[in-house]
Design a protein around this ligand. Structure first.
Ligand code: SAM
Ligand code: SF4
Length: 324
């Protein structure tokens, strides 16, 4: 199993398939995605070699992310490759849901078993104001279709901002009363491209946590390959609530995740360095030993924590660049 110098073990890979996105979420890409020189994304053969190498190093969960991963034309092949890699027990994807209603069945059949859909508000007008699109109805139809298809888990991601804390919380709780969906509130994180947004909108998730506990919600014990959320359940609700609080003390101590960007760079932290080049070792399966060595070596330089508290967002301009 891959481990670092703080004895953290890494069994979870987040693989970004593209930087491109069709939404304009105001905490991520407020002006939409722009790129003058198209970048060359990882090819299927490179993805297969990466998945094989990480699985041999103990990775049992891969999350496909982006940008918007569903904009990749060969997404179904990517899903097939990852889900058929021996050792990968959980294949997940985070999506804005724009293409979900149409493709949920196909993705599930190809081997995707967990899906996270970003739904930043259950109010269509607020959703439009946050995402810069009028896609609320389409996205929610996608959520319904995902429920029909019977994915192993369905989660809704909502970025936690002051506005949502004031008006949206009850709506989500009502929505999960009879739906077996986990709603994950993610504290908005400061990004290099837009520090002002963070100043204006950030609110800690600890207030939510207190509210939940005082209303009979209970904390769930964390599974070893779980994501970063603290999860809460309640006997009267079919769904659950997850809180992702990257600014909380000790958040990084349970880190079990590594990231590879769509350009084939290994990122040890969401907020870190420029990444470590892996692409020159993705030509042939004969390079797997060298690839393994580079990944293991890199991990020794993983820091104990991010430096967000100091306002240091590292080299990450926005989360679409390496996947959230
Ligand atoms: N486009 C897909 C989507 O939105 O679900 C996948 C990529 S997106 C970068 C992954 C997750 O990161 C989304 O749930 C998004 O809300 C979250 N995210 C993006 N920027 C963020 C920020 N500054 N703070 C907290 N979460 C953020
Ligand atoms: Fe696109 Fe996802 Fe970023 Fe929104 S959060 S702009 S959907 S990459």
């Amino acid at each position: 199993m891959l481990s670092d110098s703080f004895s953290r073990q890494f069994s979870y890979l987040r693989l970004s398939l593209t930087e491109v996105c069709n939404f304009k979420c105001n905490y991520c890409l407020p002006d939409g995605y722009h790129c003058d020189t198209p970048k060359s994304e990882l090819k299927l053969s490179e993805i297969a070699l990466l998945a094989r190498c990480f699985a041999d190093l103990g990775t049992n969960k891969i999350r496909l992310t982006g940008g918007e991963p569903s904009l990749r034309k060969d997404l179904v092949e990517v899903i097939e490759i990852c889900s058929q890699t021996e050792g990968i027990e959980h294949l997940a994807m985070t999506t804005n849901g724009f293409k979900l209603a149409k493709h949920a069945k196909q993705w599930k059949q190809a081997g995707l078993n967990h899906i996270n859909i970003s739904v930043d508000s259950l109010d269509p007008r607020q959703f439009a104001a946050i995402t810069g699109t009028n896609s609320f109805v389409k996205v929610m139809a996608g959520v319904d279709e995902a429920l029909n298809q019977g994915f192993r888990s369905i989660k809704l991601n909502a970025v936690l901002i002051k506005q949502l804390a004031k008006h949206g919380f009850e709506q989500y709780l009502n929505w999960i009363k009879h739906r077996p969906v986990e709603v994950r509130f993610i504290e908005v994180m400061e990004i290099g491209a837009n520090p002002e947004y963070f100043e204006q909108h950030h609110i800690a998730g600890t207030g939510f946590k207190q509210q939940l506990l005082s209303r009979g919600w209970q904390a769930q014990i964390r599974a070893h390959n779980a994501g970063p959320a603290e999860v809460f359940y309640h006997p009267d609700y079919a769904g659950k609530v997850g809180l992702i609080m990257p600014y909380a003390k000790d958040f990084c101590s349970t880190c079990n995740r590594l990231r590879v960007s769509s350009q084939g760079r290994l990122h040890l932290c969401l907020f870190g360095e420029e990444g470590i080049e892996l692409r020159d070792l993705l030509y042939s399966p004969l390079q797997q030993a060298a690839l393994t060595q580079r990944i293991e070596q890199a991990l020794l330089s993983k820091k104990g924590t991010h430096f967000l508290h100091d306002g240091n967002t590292g080299a990450t301009p926005h989360l679409a660049s390496i996947g959230g």
